[in-house]
Design a protein around this ligand. Structure first.
Ligand SMILES: NC(=O)c1ccc[n+]([C@@H]2O[C@H](COP(=O)([O-])OP(=O)(O)OC[C@H]3O[C@@H](n4cnc5c(N)ncnc54)[C@H](O)[C@@H]3O)[C@@H](O)[C@H]2O)c1
Length: 346
């Protein structure tokens, strides 16, 4: 079997190891990797040995470990997927680098921007490749919206609003509810996706932000509610609200982009599945309309095809493995950490 470092015409195989097998790795990432013939999973590791064994057996992976260094020493692989609590990311990414491996790290990249810079600089220096798992940018409706915006289809953007919530009550021992392990609550978990998506949609950066946030409903120490106001480098004003205390079925996620010639509204597109709908209104207007009798006769609706954003993100990573290193994803992930630091005033 050829792997990514081999020369020749045959399809390049990519051998993966997994660190942190039990959560999103099991639910989404491993199935997505295995959907593509190009990938092979050589070994899985989890801090909990039973989890490593169970996941390995479930997916027919030959080897499993409960120590990451032991796995990296023993198993030949091209890339490592890291899906552990955020406080583990830096040490595990740098360990992979020590063993000369490329890495795909789940979002958010790190606890702070400073930690993130240490990771990205080390990968750049070593010429190894890395990517952070902001998969929502691969959603076909987000791509469609970005294309409409790029073609000038809603004119000049003035405002972007995003809202992303879920129900996340107290769970004994949950790392996300412990600030020292997660770095924060719904901002580090949910708002970071919105920040990445803003850049994907507008090709602009969030430059400055200010937030009100707190723990309103639950007893844990991280925030369960937040509103973030921002301004982009290009002057777009925006708003992100994220909550851990809204029932899943009570509200669909929403992304609204208002421009001088129209608008785009995506509903139900933020999340782990490629679903939802996108409404596009093109309605350039010359004169002031005193009657204010707006009609939306020229609204178009797009329904997303069912696909898999995780599969697409790994394909993007694999393409990078087989070509030049591209740190633009890592740089974006760093800017997101800088915004989180700004909000938390770290
Ligand atoms: N992109 C997405 O859609 C998405 C969704 C959920 C989580 N995430 C990210 O994935 C990462 C993991 O989140 P999760 O929801 O899977 O968490 P989880 O707690 O559900 O699963 C984490 C797994 O890692 C294991 N683990 C814990 N500490 C470890 C260590 N030091 N070494 C090895 N294994 C360890 C745990 O036993 C568990 O099996 C986080 O960065 C999170 O933000 C991304």
């Amino acid at each position: 079997m050829q792997n990514v470092t081999d020369e020749g015409d045959a399809m390049k195989r990519i051998r993966w190891c997994i660190i942190g097998a039990g959560g999103i790795a099991d639910r989404r990432a491993i199935p997505a990797l295995l959907e593509d013939d190009q990938n092979e999973i050589a070994a899985v590791m989890d801090r909990v040995p039973e989890v490593a064994e169970e996941v390995a057996k479930k997916y027919g992976v030959a080897r499993w470990f409960s120590d990451e260094e032991e796995m990296l020493r023993a198993v030949d692989c091209d890339a490592v997927y890291i899906a552990t609590p955020v406080f583990c990311h830096k040490a595990q990414a740098l360990l992979c680098l020590k063993y000369d491996r490329h890495v795909f790290i789940e979002k958010p990249l790190s606890m702070t921007e400073k930690e993130g810079i240490e990771i990205v600089d080390a990968f750049k220096k070593a010429g190894k490749k890395m990517m952070v798992g902001y998969m929502m940018r691969y959603h076909n409706l987000h791509r469609k919206a970005a294309e409409i915006i790029k073609d000038g289809g809603i004119g000049k953007i003035n405002l972007v609003r995003m809202q992303f919530s879920c129900w996340y009550p107290e769970i004994e021992g949950a790392w996300r509810q412990n600030k020292a392990l997660s770095g924060g609550g719904c901002i580090m978990d949910l708002a970071v996706h919105c920040m990445d998506l803003f850049t994907c949609l507008t090709d602009d950066w969030i430059d400055q932000c200010h937030a009100f946030y707190g723990t309103k409903t639950f007893q844990y120490e991280v925030e369960d509610s937040a509103i973030i106001s921002f301004v982009s480098k290009g002057g777009i004003l925006g708003h992100i609200d994220v909550n851990f205390n809204v029932p899943d079925a009570a509200i669909a996620s929403k992304v609204e982009i208002l421009g001088t010639a129209g608008s785009l509204v995506a509903e139900g597109t933020l999340g782990q599945e490629e679903r939802g709908m996108l409404k596009y209104i093109y309605a350039p207007q010359g004169d002031y309309e005193a009657q204010q009798s707006a009609s939306v006769a020229n609204a178009k609706e797009f329904i997303g095809e069912e696909s898999n954003v995780y599969l697409k993100q790994f394909r993007a990573f694999n393409e990078m493995l087989l070509s030049e290193a591209d740190y633009s994803n890592a740089e974006r992930a760093l800017k997101i950490q800088a915004l989180c630091d700004q909000i938390y005033q770290k």
